[in-house]
Design a protein around this ligand. Sequence first.
Ligand code: ATP
Length: 494
Amino acid sequence: MLKEISLGLGAALLVFGLTVGYDLTPFVFLLAFGGALYFLVYSKGMVKTGIGNSSTLPKRQEISFDEIGGQDSAIKELKEALDFIRNHHEIKQLGIRPLKGIIMTGPPGTGKTLMARAAASYTDSVFVSASGSDFVEMYAGVGAQRVRKIFQTARDAAVKQKKKNAIIFIDEIEVLATKRGQNSSHMEYDQTLNALLVEMDGLKLDDNVRLLIMAATNRVDMMDPALLRPGRFDRQVKVDLPDKKGRLEILKLHSRNKPLAQSVNLLQIARETFGFSGAHLESLANEAAILAMREGLKEIEHRHFHEAIDKVIMGEKLDRRPNPEELKRVAIHETGHALISELARPGSVSALTVTSRGGALGYMRQNPEDDTYLYTKDYLENQIAVMLAGALAEEVVYGSRSTGASNDYEKALHTAQTIIKAGMSRIGVVSLEDLPGDLKHTLVSEILQEQEQRVMAYMIAHKIFLTSTMDVLLEKEKISGEEFRSLLESQTAA
Ligand code: ATP
């Protein structure tokens, strides 16, 4: 209203000035400057942020918990909490205070947003979402205003859609809810967090619209304890990376709408994708379909899924081709990795290739036998041996190493430090941080040298195999684990 009156008044003054013959140039400049300032502050601040009004979920986008794979225990825990909302009459009769906030913690892409959306369908709620960074502004007070706005938007949307419940989902909540006093522009952050606490404290069971705040973070350690205390976000649901069974479920969910050939073995793919999140698996199924389409096929074959794993891990194939000498070196390097991988754990090579992808000129992919969460010293030493094997194979065949191994060394060093940190080095249980630098260096070198000697001896004994496999690899560009093993067997037999 005020805006309209001032606009009208301004226009009238302008016309009046013109009719009596004033020079209005300074006035026009002033007006333009004021307008720009208003636009900067308010359009960035409140009016056009889209906070809380962009994501009200239309009916067709509703999803149910059945569409989320591999998160059985997280879903069970979440449903238990949501039943407080569904059974609000009983809750009220027993005098139980309303559930105000649920925080979901876990790595990116594990389905936290999906869970919040499914929670909205489960409780017949309006769904409004925003990201923590949407609240962060350099202008003091804007974040707090945005917090109040999203609560209002949720209430209004519920009334409009004639619903009794609304869920506000805040992704990356750690951005606005870090421990108070820690941010450089902390006054603004603190005000935003305080506004959220005030809004949450004001929620009551007999409100016209019952609001539930769901938040997601992968840095719960950074959160202000005031937010996590009972009465605020007092439920924590852990959403972890899926295990093998979970990965299979997710792969099935994302292949439902795709024509799969008989050859596709999703269990095998689930076995090979340890460490993949739901988002990775969704992308994997999608990439497999794209590869089939590029070949003009009507069905997706197993090899497409297999190749899609490489793509998801390493990135798109590059046109960049190393020169023939470099390519030979890459082939020897990858064969070296594969050779030791088979020695350490027969059947562990999944594929090796000299195709450039992402930052790598070639790569060897291992096949995790089963999901592993604990590692023995033997296992870690074998991993170090596999990492060093690329450079040592180059040395045996070409008499020198190349820069292609620097990434391998980094991983090997890190693994050696893990051995020390876990109390498995010769000096027993120690604090890695408190170890003098030179002792740490000596211990790491000892671990690496021991493996280097072992690998070197094996490489020398297999020099012919390295060069003959290099030829096959250069010709085929990629060989599967099975092919590699049969090459190795025939060499051993010979
Ligand atoms: P972030 O922490 O990065 O915000 P998130 O945990 O919220 O990630 P989502 O946004 O829910 O992850 O997931 C991204 C996409 O990955 C989903 O749209 C879906 O396609 C797929 N996805 C992730 N987890 C699962 C799952 N458990 N089941 C099925 N699909 C999943």
